[in-house]
Design a protein around this ligand. Structure first.
Ligand SMILES: [Zn+2]
Ligand SMILES: [Zn+2]
Length: 336
């Protein structure tokens, strides 16, 4: 039976389409200006003024790494910004018959929750609210897949929503979480690289500071670069550490705030599979090299997840199988 369409989108914000566009693109503009300004200041004040043409190889090395971090920062930021939340798969939308049942039972909460539980079970959804109710969205008219939340800014249900980030003008969700981590990582590494190399060179070289003072505006450019690095690099680094900590424990920002994940059978489960590597593979893909490059490697559609007890059960089954093989082997050894 065909799924019924969602309600026409309603804005929770007081702004109109103009402010929606401003909200979506202002972060993008600020980010590009910051990357361009900090790279230009570093190249002019440090690489071309302080280092100077006498150390040509060092200039090539510093310029290459500046562009390397700059390009990776912009590339991963762009992918985070552009990767909009994907549509919830059709099977999670209420059918016309189901919606009529929901409408009919609107004031009978007990009967409604029982009907919703049947609909959720039919779709293989195991999670519930802390009150034991089915996670459904009346606006989108879906039963939310596990780890899905309705974003009031995007005005839609978002698969594995982490949080809505105004700096990226987008939700951070299942399909762009890897790019988000990379954007934070490469921006922080870029800022750290520029600050560290500048500080080391100015400390160890005899005439680096003199050459910088001799170039027009180079000292002022360097001071602005240091201020920018602290103002941008420190919070960006902090966000990266917090987000990577979440990734290692396979928990979203929303789940971390809410605490436990509740299941239909009353169990309090966790998506933390007990191994940092396993947790990261679930979110970033199976190939380590792809964790570092802003290309798509996130597995699946983000609607189904393993929980800790799934992994524990699989491990105990494997252990039993190994024990059984060892016993069989022992017996076959003694009888032969
Ligand atoms: Zn929704
Ligand atoms: Zn959003």
């Amino acid at each position: 039976m065909a799924a019924i369409p969602p309600e026409s989108p309603k804005s929770d914000s007081q702004g109109g389409p103009f402010w929606d566009i401003v909200g979506r693109y202002i972060g993008l503009l600020v980010f590009f200006i910051l990357v361009k300004t900090s790279c230009s200041l570093y190249l002019y004040s440090v690489v071309f003024s302080a280092v100077g043409p006498t150390h040509r190889n060092l200039q090539y090395f510093l310029t290459t790494f500046t562009y390397f971090f700059g390009i990776l920062s912009v590339w991963s930021y762009w992918r985070t910004h552009r990767e909009l939340p994907s549509k919830i798969p059709d099977r999670y939308y209420f059918t016309g018959a189901e919606w009529r049942i929901i409408e009919a039972l609107r004031y009978d909460h007990q009967a409604l929750s029982e009907e919703l539980a049947v609909m959720a079970d039919a779709r293989g959804i195991r999670t519930r609210t802390p009150d034991g109710l089915v996670n459904a969205c009346n606006t989108c008219r879906v039963i939310k897949p596990e780890r899905t939340h309705h974003c009031s800014v995007c005005r839609m249900c978002v698969i594995k929503m982490d949080h809505h980030c105004p700096w990226f003008g987008n939700c951070i969700h299942y399909h762009n979480f890897k790019y988000f981590l990379q954007a934070l990582l490469y921006s922080t590494l870029g800022m750290t690289f520029m600050l560290l190399t500048a500080a080391i060179y100015l400390l160890v070289s005899d005439n680096g500071m003199k050459r910088m003072k001799a170039a027009d505006g180079a000292v002022l450019g360097f001071v602005v670069l240091v201020l920018l690095s602290f103002c941008v690099g420190v919070p960006t680094g902090g966000f990266f550490v917090a987000s990577f900590y979440h990734a290692m424990h396979n928990v979203t920002t929303l789940e971390d705030l809410k605490g436990t994940v509740y299941f239909a059978d009353g169990a309090e489960e966790s998506y933390n599979l007990g191994s940092c590597c396993l947790n990261l593979k679930q979110q970033l893909g199976p190939v380590f090299l792809a964790w570092l490059i802003p290309v798509n490697s996130t597995p699946g559609d983000g609607t189904q997840y393993l929980v800790r007890s799934d992994v524990d059960t699989a491990k105990s089954k494997r252990r039993k199988l190994t024990d059984k093989k060892a016993i069989d082997h022992t017996f076959s050894g003694t009888t032969s």
